[in-house]
Design a protein around this ligand. Structure first.
Ligand SMILES: Cc1cc2nc3c(=O)[nH]c(=O)nc-3n(C[C@H](O)[C@H](O)[C@H](O)COP(=O)(O)O)c2cc1C
Length: 206
């Protein structure tokens, strides 16, 4: 018997997970009221204890999924130490989930500089002002720092802090999940041994 063509919500899955992801993200851009590019980023700390928080996807292609952060934050330290992460998107209005796992690498300096330069002035100043994830005595301390940095960099020429850059997660596994009636959801998993390998596609029980 011929193997059934894989479908999700009756649409064909195809053989390119990045194309399918682009499709789903495009749908989310049309349906989600806020931040369709928001994703949960999971890491582990040095004791192996999982940690998770939201970040924004700032780019993706066949090389991987890119997000930016402070490298001295909890997540920054965890990513630099373990070199691995997982991502999860949940688009509520579409009733879809995408899960992604793999190794992470720091993006190139030029790529990080270009993205940093594209951010609004306030966000660039914020990257300098925030000692992300470390204790803050009061809101006032942060506001004073922002005001001081605003005076220093008011002309708009804000350099990228050395501790602020991006990570690219190169997926070894991407799972697409589409809600089905009576919890009989559709799940399709693309997996590969390494970044150069071809994708194996499987349907999973919900
Ligand atoms: C929708 C949303 C998007 C966020 N995007 C980012 C982001 O792109 N980068 C970032 O460093 N923090 C982002 N944050 C804040 C993080 O969730 C988190 O509070 C912060 O980075 C500190 O995390 P850590 O202590 O685990 O390092 C975002 C939060 C939300 C709710």
């Amino acid at each position: 018997m011929a193997k059934e063509a894989l479908t999700l919500g009756e649409k064909p899955v195809g053989d390119d997970p990045f194309a399918l992801f682009a499709n789903w993200l495009g749908d989310a851009e049309g349906s989600e009221p806020n931040d369709p590019n928001a994703m949960a980023l999971a890491t582990v700390d040095e004791a192996g204890l999982p940690d998770v928080r939201m970040v924004l996807l700032k780019g993706f292609d066949a090389a991987g999924f890119v997000f930016y952060t402070n490298f001295e934050s909890n997540k920054g330290r965890q990513l630099l130490a373990s070199g691995k992460a997982a991502l999860c998107f949940h688009w509520k209005t579409l009733r879809r989930q995408v899960r992604i796992r793999g190794p992470v690498a720091v993006v190139g300096e030029a790529e990080a500089d270009a993205y940093f330069a594209s951010r609004p002035l306030g966000s660039r100043i914020g990257a300098w002002a925030s000692d992300q994830s470390r204790p803050l005595e009061s809101r006032e301390v942060l506001e004073t720092r922002v005001a001081e940095l605003g005076e220093r960099y008011g002309d708009g020429a804000v350099p990228r802090p050395a501790h602020w850059s991006g990570f690219r997660l190169a997926p070894l596994q991407i799972e697409f999940w589409h809600d089905g009636a009576f919890r009989l959801h559709d799940r399709a998993v693309f997996s590969r041994q390494d970044e150069a390998g071809g994708w194996r596609i499987e349907r999973l029980y919900p």
